[in-house]
Design a protein around this ligand. Structure first.
Ligand SMILES: Nc1nc2c(c(=O)[nH]1)N[C@H]1C(S)=C(S)[C@@H](COP(=O)(O)OP(=O)(O)OC[C@H]3O[C@@H](n4cnc5c(=O)[nH]c(N)nc54)[C@H](O)[C@@H]3O)O[C@H]1N2
Ligand SMILES: Nc1nc2c(c(=O)[nH]1)N[C@H]1C(S)=C(S)[C@@H](COP(=O)(O)OP(=O)(O)OC[C@H]3O[C@@H](n4cnc5c(=O)[nH]c(N)nc54)[C@H](O)[C@@H]3O)O[C@H]1N2
Ligand code: SF4
Ligand SMILES: [Mo]
Length: 672
């Protein structure tokens, strides 16, 4: 009989690093033979032992033989391996020269949320140490909606998942693709349904939950604000608003009523492409009892996405849903932000250096027009070419720069334009704490499970080495666990920190029902349907939607929604099943016939910005004026953002990639 291997099987707690609502707790297991697996932590109240397809595949991504495992430098157009010493020395020389020639604003850092790790933001200490830099601000994800929530409620705050499960009489999934993007919300919705709660889906596309819903509204893209105001108008006219809540906790109701009075049901229904009866039923549900409005992020990626969200916020407000168990508007959870001492993470509490700010949405144009120009661009935790609107302009901007340094673990479309690619450690390979403000109130610890692959290093260690090479006084010689402990500050007891380390997660102490005391952190302390701040920052104190006549450009009759893919996180498709299949555009009935094509044919999607060819599929339940194409794929194909254009949202510093119009052409008949 052979004896068992020396190393016992080990379970180590970690947390999904993806920028996802759910922030799942994971159990990583190393078997004696070295095999590595992850599964959902059964003890975590939200994860409940289950991961989504993206989470399950993360371990394959980590082990992928496509990983960049050593620093690469572009020589004669080709990326070739170099030592860390050489890469760091040469990049430091470039920075030194740029600082001398132009000053710190010629150094730019473009980053996004490729990882939820808190220690990922330590790199800001490096940039502060330079004495300034050009940074990216705002969001290509959710800027407009956050601004809307701040104007109306003071802060975007979701109710606890349990509150929705136990108290909502109606759950409205308004533009959130829960079965794909927020799968752990499903069990709470189902508990609510089992209690008798109604489920409503308002979406421009068919969703995986339509069959379970009591009411489905497939609204024309970008018209949800009109639809919400039509509900408000109907409720105001029939006196089905919550007068006590309005008197107690709402500022600007009379001004709001004037605006809403222009939104009579019939005209609006036609504009939204929806039966008036469906809007009336939705209004009735809001008036009838506790209604949880679960807002998606996609529906605010329209040019007037901020005002659209303000209109929906108003519907929840006048029906008294705010601060009510089972009610609320769920759009992010920004009241979690103060639990981390961001100043400590980003500056180690040293004086902040001045920055120049480029909006994330417009950064490619800003680079092209920058004065002083950018000499050195660092890109980390983002795949700019794939994910920013208008890939062509992004590519031009990157090519215009003297030096581009990409810190990533894969050769992305952005790395195609890099002078240096520096390999970063990933999930499983470094200790961190995962934090985001999208939905549930948990944070998750990520214990290191194994060494970084090859010569990869944690992001902070790369900047530590660069700082040393430049002789900068920055605090990046850190011990992760100590830095994480200090980042939580005094609100967290040693006992709670121990619990976080041992359980792998901790629930942050925020109320199940935000605003229960009817105090809102706005200037009046009330919900502000009339907001001075909104007037100051956007010119419009009360919700204001575009004229109903605003029609699509004639040559481009279809709205193109480039939504989040099921099988992968944005462009992080390495090791994803999805990346191995061809991209497919989904269209409603009648669309293909009009261009002489059939289900399965190849079509060309053409916008004012670009064109791509892909296969077409008919979805009989879809609208006939919308084309759905998941974003994120690129391998062997162009990415969807060659089709989108750079447009900022009305509120906040957001992006309007979903305001894209297209026409279709048949290319060839499918062979199968
Ligand atoms: N599987 C998977 N999950 C993800 C991600 C991923 O890439 N893949 N990404 C994560 C990230 S970064 C984010 S921001 C979230 C986003 O997740 P969600 O909030 O669910 O939304 P998006 O996918 O951004 O937006 C697309 C949804 O909005 C709908 N929509 C678009 N325009 C309109 C409109 O005008 N009106 C209405 N009513 N509906 C509209 C689309 O049909 C689609 O269902 O998902 C996260 N989760
Ligand atoms: N057309 C269209 N465009 C969109 C969207 C859409 O729905 N349609 N959605 C938008 C939204 S909501 C978002 S959030 C953005 C997402 O935009 P990005 O954040 O740019 O998207 P990802 O594709 O997730 O790219 C993250 C990159 O970070 C890398 N990475 C992962 N972990 C680490 C790490 O620890 N360190 C470093 N240095 N790198 C790491 C990954 O390998 C990957 O290349 O895209 C936006 N763009
Ligand atoms: S991607 Fe989201 S749902 Fe999937 S495992 Fe990670 S946190 Fe959970
Ligand atoms: Mo996002």
């Amino acid at each position: 009989m052979t004896s068992p291997p020396e190393t016992p099987t080990q379970d180590i707690l970690t947390t999904c690093p993806l920028d996802c609502y759910d922030i799942c707790s994971m159990v990583a297991r190393r078997d004696p033979d070295g095999a590595l697996t992850v599964r959902g932590n059964p003890a975590h109240p939200v994860t409940q032992g289950r991961l989504c397809a993206r989470g399950n595949r993360l371990v394959h991504r980590h082990l992928s033989d496509e990983r960049v495992t050593e620093p690469l430098k572009r020589v004669d157009g080709t990326l070739v391996p170099v030592s860390w010493e050489q890469a760091i020395r040469e990049i430091a020389d470039h920075i030194h020269a740029a600082l001398t020639k132009t000053g710190p604003l010629s150094i730019m850092h473009s980053y996004d949320y490729g990882s939820s790790g808190v220690l990922k933001l330590l790199c800001d200490r490096f940039f502060h140490g330079l004495g300034g830099w050009t940074e990216t601000v705002g969001s290509i994800c959710w800027g407009a909606g956050l601004a809307a929530a701040e104007y109306d409620f003071g802060v975007a705050a979701s109710h606890a998942p349990e509150d929705l499960a136990e108290h909502a009489q109606t759950v409205v999934l308004w533009g959130r693709n829960v079965a794909v993007t927020n799968v752990h919300l499903l069990s709470y919705v189902r508990v609510a349904k089992a209690r008798g709660a109604k489920l409503v889906v308002v979406n421009s596309l068919p969703t995986g939950l339509d069959a379970e819903a009591d009411l489905v509204i497939h609204v024309r893209p970008g018209t949800d604000g009109h639809l919400a105001l039509a509900c408000c108008h109907a409720l105001i006219q029939t006196q089905r608003v919550d007068t006590a809540f309005i008197a107690d906790a709402v500022h600007g109701y009379a001004d709001f009523c004037k605006v809403a009075s222009a939104y009579a049901l019939e005209g609006v229904a036609d504009y939204c492409g929806v039966e008036p009866e469906l809007i009336d039923r939705l209004a009735g549900l809001y008036a009838d009892g506790a209604t949880a409005t679960v807002l998606g992020i996609g529906l605010q990626r329209h040019r007037h996405g901020g005002q659209l969200i303000r209109a929906i916020n108003a519907l929840a407000t006048i029906t008294g849903q705010m601060g009510k168990p089972g009610g609320g508007v769920h759009f992010g959870n920004r009241h979690l932000l103060p639990f981390i001492d961001w100043d400590f993470i980003q500056t180690n509490r040293r004086p902040a250096a001045p920055t120049r700010q480029f909006a994330r949405t417009t950064q490619a144009l800003d680079i092209l027009n920058a004065k002083p120009g950018i000499e050195v661009l660092f890109v980390s935790r983002t795949n700019l070419v794939s994910q920013l609107p208008d890939s062509g302009t992004t590519r031009r901007a990157l090519e215009s720069l003297p030096l581009v340094v990409v810190i990533d673990s894969f050769l992305t479309q952005t790395a195609d334009h890099a002078d240096y690619v520096l390999p970063c450690a990933l999930f499983l390979e470094e200790e961190d704490v995962m934090f985001n403000t999208m939905w549930n109130p948990y944070i998750g610890y990520a214990h290191a499970v194994c060494q970084p692959v090859g010569k990869a290093k944690p992001d902070w260690a790369i900047f530590r080495d660069l700082a040393k090479a430049l002789g900068l006084q920055v605090d990046l010689d850190i011990v992760p666990r100590e830095t994480i402990r200090e980042a939580f500050g005094e609100w967290m007891s040693d006992g709670q920190f121990k619990q976080l380390l041992e359980d792998g997660y901790l629930r942050l102490p925020v109320p199940h029902v935000p605003f229960l005391d009817r105090h809102f952190p706005t200037s009046t302390g009330k919900v502000e349907l009339f907001s001075e701040r909104a007037r100051r920052e956007s010119g419009e104190p009360v919700v204001k939607l575009p004229e109903w006549t605003s029609a699509r450009p004639g040559d481009y009759p279809f709205s193109l929604l480039t939504v989040h893919p099921k099988w992968q996180e944005n462009s992080q498709g390495e090791a994803a099943l999805y990346a191995q299949v061809d991209p497919v555009a989904e269209v409603g009935p009648g669309v293909l016939e009009a261009i002489g094509a059939r289900d399965g044919d190849m079509i060309r999607i053409i916008t004012e910005t670009g064109a791509i060819v892909c296969q077409a599929r008919v979805n009989r339940s879809g609208r006939s004026d919308v084309v759905q194409l998941a974003q994120g794929w690129s391998r062997g194909y162009e990415n969807v953002n060659v089709l989108t254009s750079i447009q900022t949202s009305d509120l906040g510093i957001g992006s309007a990639q979903y305001d894209t119009w297209c026409r279709l052409e048949k290319v060839a008949r499918a062979t199968s």
